[in-house]
Design a protein around this ligand. Structure first.
Ligand SMILES: [Zn+2]
Ligand SMILES: [Zn+2]
Length: 391
């Protein structure tokens, strides 16, 4: 019977202490002996030849032999292939190059009668190829334009009309001062951001969790040549004060662009912009409608009936408005160019005055008397006549 597939020392008929020279000699001898050309049609010989080839392939390579000695098996891609056999030499404390792998789930502690057999193997191969495909160095990210930043700025009614200045505290990604955005310094080391310096990353395979050597730093936990300040990104988050000038005439929802004050781009790409959106507080009496100002103004019955010149507030102060006789409640009057100066055209809007006719409250006898005379004078008139005619 041929020895089990992975008993490499037995396959070659050498002790575990055999030197490289002894291994080579044993291999040559057995390879000649079992070579298919010398044993035509002999299936058993062919099988032995293959086993000898495989055994020497592993034991003849010092690195592979070391792993085999330690774990009782060797596979190109870690665990792929047949899985571990007895593993006589498997110690509980791995201390070789492959120590990035946590074998504790795989080889029973104490290294006795072997670890569990991994099912299949393809699953592992998938994981490992995924992890090690980029081992020659992570692909260089493309330079990317920095993102825009949006801020909402609360301003009051008067600040919106007259314009204002503010100093905003903006947190943005800025170009790293250490590496000037390149992400590299050409010297020094930095903690690997992928494994956070542990040198290991976790990966699940079915119910088993593996700690793999971090592919980015090759398990060292440190990265060379990356800027220590920004970790290779070329940017650092920074809170800075940005002076903002809100021009006169800003409206609620106006968007102000501050070029180049968005996030810095990566690897020298241009920065984004900062956008300030103004949120204008309502005024208790003045109402903004674009560049026009609307206001409701109470007028007395006699002002509305007889006509009057009344004082109304504007954003410039008091101004006179002529109310014609017979003015009705809700009637609107336009005060030209008493509105807001447009931030775009520089022209002023209008102020729209809507009158609210106030009924007098007859608290004194004389007023009551006069209102009674008014009623008697207009007896027979129905103020709702028009309404009735249309209902
Ligand atoms: Zn940097
Ligand atoms: Zn790492």
């Amino acid at each position: 019977m041929a020895p089990p597939k992975h008993e490499y020392y037995e396959t070659l008929g050498v002790p575990r202490t055999a030197s490289a020279d002894e291994l080579r000699k044993a291999y040559r001898k057995l390879a000649r002996k079992h070579h298919p050309d010398l044993n035509p049609g002999d299936k058993a010989a062919e099988e032995r030849f293959k086993n000898v080839q495989e055994a020497y392939d592993v034991l003849g390579d010092p690195k592979k032999r070391k792993m085999y000695d330690q774990y009782g098996f060797y596979s190109e891609s870690g665990f792929a292939g047949g899985g571990p056999e007895a593993g006589q030499g498997a110690g509980p404390t791995p201390n070789m190059d492959f120590s990035g792998f946590d074998f504790s789930d795989f080889v029973s502690p104490g290294g006795g009668a072997g670890g569990r057999r991994a099912e299949g193997g393809g699953g592992f191969r998938d994981i490992f190829s995924q992890f090690f495909s980029g081992r020659g160095g992570a692909p260089e990210p493309e330079p990317e334009k920095g993102g825009d930043l949006e801020y909402v700025m609360d301003i009051d009614f008067w600040q919106a009309i007259k314009g204002t200045q503010a100093r905003l505290s903006i947190t943005r990604y800025d170009i790293c001062g250490t590496c000037h955005g390149s992400g590299a310094t050409g010297a020094g080391e930095v903690t690997c951001p992928q494994c956070k310096g542990t040198g290991q990353v976790s990966q699940m395979a079915g119910a088993m969790r593996f700690n793999l050597a971090c592919p980015r730093c090759n398990g060292s936990g440190r990265l060379r040549n990356s800027c220590p300040t920004c970790g290779g990104d070329g940017r650092v988050a920074r809170t800075e004060l940005v002076d903002i000038r809100i021009p006169p005439g800003a409206r609620n929802g106006s968007r102000l662009r501050v070029p180049g004050k968005g996030n810095a781009g990566t690897r020298g790409a241009p920065p984004g912009d900062l956008y300030i959106t103004t949120k204008v507080e309502e005024h208790p009496f003045f109402h903004r409608d674009g560049d026009n100002i609307e206001i409701k103004v109470p007028v007395a019955v006699w002002e509305a009936a007889l006509g009057a010149k009344i004082e109304v507030p504007t954003i410039d102060g008091r101004t006179l408005l002529k109310i014609p006789h017979g003015t009705r409640n809700g009637q609107r009057f336009r005060l030209r160019e008493k509105g807001v100066e447009s931030s775009r055209s520089g022209e002023r809007g209008d102020q729209i005055v809507e009158v609210m006719v106030q009924a007098p409250d007859p608290r004194d006898e004389r007023t009551r008397e006069l209102l009674g005379q008014l009623r008697d004078l207009h007896q027979g008139e129905d103020p709702r006549a028009e309404l009735w005619s249309k209902v």
